[in-house]
Design a protein around this ligand. Sequence first.
Ligand code: FAD
Ligand code: NAP
Length: 338
Amino acid sequence: MIEANIDLQPHNTLAIPANTAFFARVETLDELREALSFAQQKRLPILPLGGGSNIVLTGDFPGLAIQVGLRGLTIAPSGRGGTIEAAAGEGWHRLVMSSVERGMGGLENLALIPGNVGAAPIQNIGAYGVELCDRFCSLQAMEISTGELHQFSASDCEFAYRDSVFKGRLQDQYIITQVNLRLAEDWQPKVSYPALQQFIEQQGWDCNSLTPAQIAGAVTDVRNSKLPLPDQIPNAGSFFKNPVVNADIYQSLKAQHPDLVAYASGASWKLAAGWLIDRAGWRGRRHEAVGVHHQQALVLVNPGRGSGDAVTGLARAIASDVQDKFGVTLEPEPRYYP
Ligand code: FAD
Ligand code: NAP
């Protein structure tokens, strides 16, 4: 059923108040097709919605927001790995924990990432050194203009760091309906991030006998200790991508700021955007309804449930200050609508 003039505040984790002209929750492929043809007849833009944890509503949306509620999760363990077929409306964290509970390894580093399965390929979600593309097999998506279903392999998706073809060449052309993953049987733990290592040391766990469940627990604890829960303090996670710069820029910055946090990424360097924002003096600062989280400067928060303008205004001020102080350009990670 298509509803008119619906408030999207409960549907975005930044809790920005904004209306959508039309709203549909779809639970089957036929319902999705019907919603798409409604939008086509009225020439409406479409906003596919999962959990709303990676969007910024800059104003009212003049089209049809489609909440993709397709359900279904099939998990087939094999050794310490196996295969997973998940419909787009399944919760991502539920999928991770369902695999970990069956003794399967490979997704534990991606525990507690908010949102739904259908959005995971959009920005190739990643955390603690693992990205969706490392476990990805294929996906099914409905073409918005025709309602036809298409299969995409990993190479079709053109995954990159927090990026995919669905944010570029094929943006706004498909709705992802199902994601298929393959977890290798010869699982090895990946715990190179300092925060994870520290947690494991504190627990006194033997690094040679770690289980996927232990790592998922460690990731959950570490994340809970420093990231604000959106239902308590509205936020969209990391607001900016970590900028990737060439070796010359990195060396010049490192000479000026010996404690710069950066990691080699091929021939380039990935700078920790949170460090740049913190060092520019923004951590914990509040601008009326919005602010910068006191423990993690990369997370913009909206405790006063301010407007999209308030959020994007703060983001612009931070990016401009970081540009002035470090000569580095910050790009927002969440997508702005409309
Ligand atoms: P939404 O916000 O609803 O949508 C995001 C984008 O995908 C929009 O452009 C939307 O139109 C599109 N989209 C959604 N569903 C579909 C679909 N079925 N078909 C086509 N397009 C679709 N991200 C990480 O990568 N790593 C992290 O560790 C991480 N941690 C986070 C922590 C917090 C506290 C928060 C709030 C966010 C975090 N994020 C992280 C960002 C976010 O959780 C992910 O990007 C997640 O995949 C978004 O899922 P969603 O269902 O909420 O997507
Ligand atoms: P962190 O562990 O404090 O690390 C700070 C930054 O350094 C991260 O951005 C991370 O890059 C990078 N980093 C740390 N150790 C690294 C290593 N061994 N190799 C390569 N890069 C390394 O970061 P955090 O903010 O607490 O987040 C922890 C993880 O969760 C990160 O992977 C982060 O991306 C993810 N996360 C993402 C979001 C989001 O909305 N996108 C929100 C919260 C957390 P990467 O970001 O590239 O990993």
